[in-house]
Design a protein around this ligand. Structure first.
Ligand code: ACO
Ligand code: LMR
Length: 273
């Protein structure tokens, strides 16, 4: 028989041999004919399946709504400072991206794991919040620096509205909103934030589409798929901010000394040298 030389690489998502590239086994001409948008491409290359249209449209909403949130957030700030230091586009975007993590934009996977456990183990929302408090953990997907009950996050409202109208069920979202009732009773800014909303709704996508085994659900919430959605989306804004700074020909940024509290550990606050 034929003997295959052992390979150093294994891949399961795409293939560029033959006449045309294939995404998850599908020739791209087929993909282009059938795909409604970028959600279908994410669906094939990340999830290796064709998700239903109500789900790919949800992915697209996430990608559109999270593309930017102004110049003051961690990622944009870093990209802007890097651009003003004369760095190239890739470096500026990388600098911004590197801020995406458990506090900023990268709480989606953690929130999904938590809501999955809370809902599936029937943990009453009050106990869910108390358990985190006892463990000294900030609930991923809850809380925002400037958004609150009195200043709601439009992105969250739009995602919820879409899901209510288009998802077959929203059990995880409902659970997350019960959790939000408990946390916002403590403080108005402890809302279900955009990361938490994406997390709960993607759990609903997996459950309602019936296309994910329990093992796959576990995997999706543990290896970075969902933070990847924020990362992909926010890259659009990061590129935009770097280009904006180049266009504006902005000088090197140096932070105002008056905005820094200079403290000498021995003598305390130092007003002037
Ligand atoms: N769960 C439980 N309690 C919380 C949470 C939370 N997620 N967030 C804040 N609190 C409570 C804490 O008790 C805190 O008191 P402490 O200082 O004694 O710990 C109190 O609220 C005050 O918190 P703030 O310092 O005002 O919160 P801050 O504005 O610094 O934090 C942040 C905002 C970073 C988003 C925070 O809420 C958090 O860590 N959330 C979890 C991570 C998360 O979901 N990040 C994504 C945000 S959305 C995005 O980036 C696109
Ligand atoms: C964002 O999308 O960047 C935010 O929700 C974070 C923020 O502080 O506004």
């Amino acid at each position: 028989g034929r003997v295959r030389v052992p390979t150093n690489f294994v891949t399961t998502i795409s293939d560029d041999r033959g006449d045309e590239p294939r995404f998850a086994g599908k020739p791209i001409s087929d993909v282009m004919e059938k795909a409604g948008g970028i959600g279908d491409i994410v669906s094939l290359l990340w999830f290796k399946r064709t998700l239903p249209t109500w789900a790919t449209k949800f992915l697209e909403m996430v990608l559109m709504l999270c593309a930017d949130h102004g110049p003051c957030v961690s990622g944009a700030h870093n990209a802007i400072v890097a651009a003003r230091a004369g760095k190239d586009l890739v470096s500026c975007v990388a600098s911004g991206m590197l801020t995406i993590g458990p506090r900023f934009g990268g709480a989606v996977d953690g929130a999904a794991r938590n809501f999955l456990r809370g809902k599936d183990e029937n943990i009453p929302p009050f106990d869910f919040v108390e358990q985190a408090k006892k463990a000294g953990i900030r609930l991923p997907g809850i809380g925002h620096r400037i958004k609150s009950v009195d200043n709601p996050d439009k992105r969250v409202e739009l995602l919820i509205d879409y899901a209510r109208k288009n998802f077959p069920s929203t059990d995880y979202l409902n659970y997350a909103l019960e959790v939000e009732k408990i946390t916002t009773a403590k403080s108005g800014n402890l809302i279900l934030n955009v990361d938490g909303t994406i997390a709960a709704l993607f759990l609903d996508v997996m459950k309602a589409s019936k296309m994910f085994s329990p093992a796959e659900v576990k995997q999706v919430t543990s290896i970075g798929y969902l933070n990847g959605l924020f990362l992909l989306s926010r890259t659009i804004g990061l590129v935009g901010h770097a280009l904006d700074q180049y266009r504006l020909n902005q000088p090197l940024y140096r932070h105002q000394q008056t905005d820094v509290l200079f403290v000498n550990e021995e003598i305390g606050y130092v007003d002037e040298q």
